[in-house]
Ligand binder design. Structure first.
Ligand code: ACM
Length: 555
C-alpha cells in the first residue's frame, strides 16, 4: 500500500501504481428497515397532518421522523406533532451532566427561535430529558413525541446528547440559523428508538500538513456531533509539522511546528489549547484520539533534534507532500527516551483510552527494524495506561494485546495485505475501517474537484456510502470490527471552507455506516435523506459538494 501525495491530479480514476520518486506517496416515501423488521414510514399521512398553517398561508411540515441521519435503529411515525413555543420548558431528570445537555439544547434552540427556554428540574415541561435505567446501552436513547411534548430517555448523558441531535433534525432546517426565524417549531409525532451499531465512530483531522486553529477544530467537532460521531482522531505530527507542545522536547513544537505544506506559518497547540480541544470534544461526547506517527512521518521531529537521527545530522524542515522518506533511528536508545517522554506527556493530557502511534508508510525503515521498534514502543503506550491504535501496517509487526489496527487499504489492495490484517483480527486485534477509496474525505469526488488528492481514485458520494463494514475485509471476523473512521488529510486543505467541502456530503454517510443497523442500509433511500440535509448545511453555513448523484431539493 502506498499513498501518492503529489497534489497533481492523476489523469484517470484508476489508482496509480507508477511512482516518480522513491518516496512517492505515493425523503419522499422512505422504506425504513429496522433491526427487528421492515415497515414503511416516511411521508405517512400522520406526518403530513402535522403540517401547520402559518400566517401568509404557507404550510410548514414537521420534518419526517424517517429522514434522520444516521438512520435510527427504529422509527414509528404517527400522531400529532409537538410545537415548541416561547412557553416551552426543558425539564431534566438526571444529574449535573444531564442538565448540561439540557442547557446545550436550550443554546441550540435560542438563536433561531428567539426563545430563552428555561432548563428546570421540576414541574411540567414540553421537552423532557430523562436518565433512567433501561436497555439503552452507553449511547442509545428513546425519543417520544406527541402533542403534549417531546421526551428523550437514556441511560447515560451521551444517549441524551445523541437524542438531542435527532431532535434537531426533526425540527425545520431553519432551526440551525443564527438569527430569529418565523417557525413554527414543530416536532413530528412518533417514537424513535436508537443505539449505535459500532462503539467507535470516528473522524480524523490532519492538523500536521496544514495547521488548524482551536476554533477551526471546534467547528469540525460541532459538525461531527450532528451525526453522532464520537471519536476525534487528531493527526498531530508528520514530516511537515509537529503540532503539540511537549515540555521535555520543546523544539518539537517551536521549531518542528513552525511551518507546513507549501511553506506557510504552521503552528502548534499549547497544552492549554489541547486541553481546551479535549474539553470541547467531551462536551459534544467525542473522545480525542491523539496520533504521533512513527517511526516514519517524523521529519519534523528529526529536524528539531539532531540527536534523533542515526547520523546525528538534523535534516531541514520539509514542506512538500512526499511520504515515507523519514525514520526515527531504531538502533539508538535516545529514540526510546524521546518516545517515552512524548507518550508520557501526551497520555497525561489525554483522558481518552487510546493513543495512536501511526506506523504507516515506513518505507525507509527495514522490516526488521520496524518490528523491533513496535516491540519497544507498544509497551510504552501500555505503561502510560493507553490502548494502542496503529495504521494497519502494525499487523506486519506484532500488535500488542488489545491493540487496534486502522485499515486504510483500497478495494484493490492485494490479497496478501488484506489477509495479514484479517489474520491479526482473528488473533484478537480490533479493527477500525477507513478504506481510502471509500471514506478518505480528502479524495477528490471527481476529476473536476478543485481540492483533494486522487491516489485512491475518485470517491463520489454513493461509492463512499455503499459498503458494509461488517463484511468488508475478507476473513476478518465481524466481531473484530470496532467501527468506522473517516480521515481527512490536509495536504490541499487549509481552512474550514475547504474542510467542509470535502467532508460534506460524505461525512454523514461514514457516520451512518458507523451508527445505523446494517438492515437500514440502502443508497436509494439514503440519498433522499441526504438531500434533505442540505437546507441544514445552508443554515449552518456549511458549503458542500452538490453531487449529481443526490436529488437535492434546494436551488
Ligand atoms: C495513511 O493514509 N498513510 C494512513
Amino acid at each position: 500500500m502506498r499513498r501518492h501525495h503529489s497534489t497533481t491530479p492523476p489523469p484517470t480514476c484508476t489508482p496509480r501504481t507508477a511512482r516518480t520518486t522513491r518516496v512517492t506517496r505515493v425523503l419522499g416515501s422512505l422504506l425504513l428497515v429496522t433491526a427487528a423488521g421492515a415497515f414503511a414510514v416516511g411521508a405517512a399521512p400522520a406526518e403530513q397532518a402535522s403540517a401547520e398553517q402559518v400566517s401568509g398561508g404557507q404550510a410548514r411540515a414537521a420534518q419526517p421522523l424517517s429522514q434522520v441521519i444516521p438512520a435510527p435503529a427504529s422509527v414509528k411515525a404517527g400522531g400529532p406533532a409537538y410545537r415548541i413555543t416561547s412557553g416551552t420548558r426543558i425539564r431534566v431528570d438526571g444529574g449535573r451532566e444531564a442538565r448540561r445537555v439540557g442547557a446545550y439544547l436550550a443554546d441550540v434552540l435560542r438563536p433561531s427561535t428567539g426563545y430563552r427556554l428555561p432548563v428546570t428540574t421540576q414541574g411540567a415541561a414540553g421537552i423532557r430529558l430523562r436518565l433512567e435505567k433501561g436497555p439503552f446501552g452507553a449511547e442509545g436513547y428513546r425519543l417520544d413525541s406527541g402533542a403534549g411534548g417531546v421526551t428523550i430517555t437514556a441511560r447515560e448523558p451521551a444517549g441524551l446528547f445523541h437524542g438531542v441531535q435527532t431532535l434537531r433534525q426533526l425540527l425545520p432546517a431553519a432551526v440551525e440559523k443564527k438569527s430569529v426565524q418565523p417557525g413554527p417549531w414543530l416536532v413530528g409525532g412518533g417514537t424513535v428508538q436508537d443505539s449505535p451499531r459500532y462503539a467507535y465512530r470516528g473522524a480524523m483531522l490532519d492538523v500536521s500538513r496544514h495547521f488548524f486553529t482551536v476554533d477551526q477544530v471546534k467547528r469540525y467537532i460541532d459538525e461531527l456531533a450532528l451525526y453522532k460521531i464520537n471519536e476525534l482522531h487528531l493527526h498531530l505530527s508528520d514530516d511537515q509539522g509537529w503540532r503539540i507542545a511537549i515540555d521535555s522536547w520543546p523544539r518539537l513544537a517551536t521549531y518542528g511546528g513552525s511551518t507546513q505544506v507549501g511553506g506557510g506559518q504552521g503552528g502548534y497547540y499549547t497544552k492549554a489549547d489541547y486541553k481546551e480541544i479535549v474539553r470541547y470534544a467531551a462536551s459534544r461526547y467525542l473522545e480525542v484520539v491523539p496520533e504521533i506517527d512513527m517511526p516514519s512521518h517524523t521529519n519534523a521531529a528529526l529536524a528539531s533534534y539532531a540527536d534523533l537521527n542515526c547520523d546525528g545530522v538534523a535534516p531541514p524542515l520539509y514542506t512538500g507532500t512526499n511520504v515515507g522518506f523519514s525514520s526515527l533511528c531504531v538502533g539508538k536508545e535516545v529514540t526510546y527516551d524521546f518516545v517515552d517522554d512524548v507518550i508520557r506527556e501526551l497520555a497525561a493530557m489525554t483522558p481518552g483510552r487510546y493513543l495512536h502511534i501511526g506506523g504507516d508508510e515506513a518505507h525507509s525503515t527495514s522490516r526488521e527494524d520496524y518490528v523491533k521498534f513496535m516491540d519497544r514502543v507498544q509497551p510504552i503506550v501500555a505503561k502510560y495506561g493507553k490502548t494502542v491504535i496503529g495504521w494497519h501496517q502494525l499487523t506486519g509487526a506484532t500488535p500488542a494485546k488489545g491493540a487496534i489496527a486502522q485499515y486504510w487499504g483500497l478495494d484493490s489492495t492485494g490479497a496478501a495485505e488484506k489477509a495479514q490484517v484479517a489474520q491479526a483480527a482473528q488473533n484478537g486485534t480490533g479493527l477500525i475501517l477507513s478504506p481510502a477509496d471509500r471514506v478518505y474525505l480528502d479524495m477528490k469526488y471527481t476529476k473536476d474537484t478543485p481540492l483533494g488528492l486522487a491516489w485512491a481514485g475518485y470517491v463520489e458520494v454513493q461509492r463512499s456510502y455503499d459498503w458494509d463494514p461488517g463484511s468488508y475485509l475478507p476473513g476478518a471476523p465481524a466481531s473484530a470490527v470496532r467501527g468506522v473512521e473517516a480521515p481527512l488529510w490536509s495536504e490541499t486543505l487549509s481552512n474550514s471552507t475547504q474542510i467542509d467541502y470535502m467532508a460534506f456530503p460524505r461525512l454523514p454517510g461514514a457516520a451512518e455506516l458507523g451508527w445505523s443497523p446494517a438492515a437500514t442500509h440502502d443508497w436509494n433511500t439514503y440519498k433522499v435523506r441526504l438531500a434533505a440535509q442540505a437546507p441544514r448545511w445552508d443554515a449552518l453555513g456549511i458549503g458542500y459538494y452538490r453531487s449529481p448523484q443526490v436529488p437535492w431539493t434546494t436551488d
